[in-house]
Design a protein around this ligand. Structure first.
Ligand SMILES: Nc1ncnc2c1ncn2[C@@H]1O[C@H](COP(=O)(O)OP(=O)(O)O)[C@@H](O)[C@H]1O
Ligand SMILES: [Mg+2]
Length: 255
């Protein structure tokens, strides 16, 4: 969301570079088939597509949770390859938020947000707590720091999960249907947090079915089907003048 009139943005180096990646879980069936894309620093890429099209697998490949069979991924100039050092660096740079929140039930909200800072960033409890409190305030649950996750609503738990991901100070955030498991009245409060991050200039790749939100918050939209990129375009062009008939058919179904 950092468009400027001089068109300087197009000269900015992409922070995510994906070139022709493919992946199969079983022989023959490609879950990702020759997928390429780029994300410019500060941009939001929204990925849409039917269930089973490979969206989650794509996100998991981006932070090294899944291995790719072919192609290359560069995150902030670091190749996501077999070198454990590179993979660790990338894990730290890429935060991820899932549909289910995966908070540790036996730890308080504050301890959940502190944990990775202590383990990964080797911070003291005092240092970690300072940042955690700031982040919990940012996502609007600072009054819940001392409680356990099961005392929170789904929307609150998801906001804590976002704070936890932000606590590693990632350069890129991935969201995989972060609001799909929520009751309708809680979707808005989580989308608000993601929208704030976009406005702050966080680079993000967001898989979502919330089309109004997608249109408002993204710079580009990528439509995926059967593991292939059917179409990728700047947001307004994507929604107003999709080039592919399959994109038009999909949009007709969901809009
Ligand atoms: N760990 C796995 N093992 C085998 N098949 C998988 C695995 N994860 C995903 N798949 C398959 O890969 C395809 C794409 O799945 P996924 O990336 O979850 O799609 P989406 O997020 O778009 O719904 C589906 O056919 C799914 O069954
Ligand atoms: Mg998925």
């Amino acid at each position: 969301m950092n468009e400027n009139a001089s068109g300087l943005k197009s000269q900015v180096q992409p922070i995510v570079v994906v070139d022709s990646i493919s992946k199969s879980f079983t022989h023959n069936v490609k879950v990702l088939d020759n997928v390429s894309t780029r994300v410019t620093k500060g941009d939001v890429l929204v990925i849409i597509g039917p269930s089973g099209s490979g969206k989650s697998t794509f996100l998991r490949c981006l932070n090294g949770l899944e291995d790719i069979d072919q192609g290359t991924i560069l995150i902030d100039g670091i190749p996501l390859d077999d070198h454990e050092k590179n993979r660790l660096k990338i894990r730290r740079e890429v935060g991820m938020v899932f549909q289910s929140f995966h908070l540790f039930p036996h730890m308080t909200v504050l301890e959940n947000v502190n944990l990775a800072q202590k383990l990964v960033r080797k911070k003291s409890k005092i240092e970690a707590t300072q940042l955690s409190k700031d982040l919990l305030q940012k996502v609007g649950v600072d009054d819940k720091a001392a409680v356990y996750p099961n005392e929170l609503s789904g929307g609150q738990q998801q906001r804590v999960a976002i704070a936890r991901a932000l606590a590693l100070m990632p350069k890129i955030m991935l969201f995989d249907e972060a609001t799909s498991a929520l009751d309708p009245e809680m979707i808005g409060e989580v989308l608000d947090v993601i929208r704030d991050l976009a406005n702050d200039g966080m680079t993000m790749v967001v898989v979502t079915h919330e089309m109004g939100f997608a249109r408002e918050v993204s710079d580009r939209v990528l439509f995926m089907e059967h593991g292939c990129v059917i179409e990728e375009a700047p947001t307004e062009r994507f929604f107003q003048q999709p080039a592919q008939e399959r994109t038009r058919a999909f949009l007709r179904k969901i809009l």
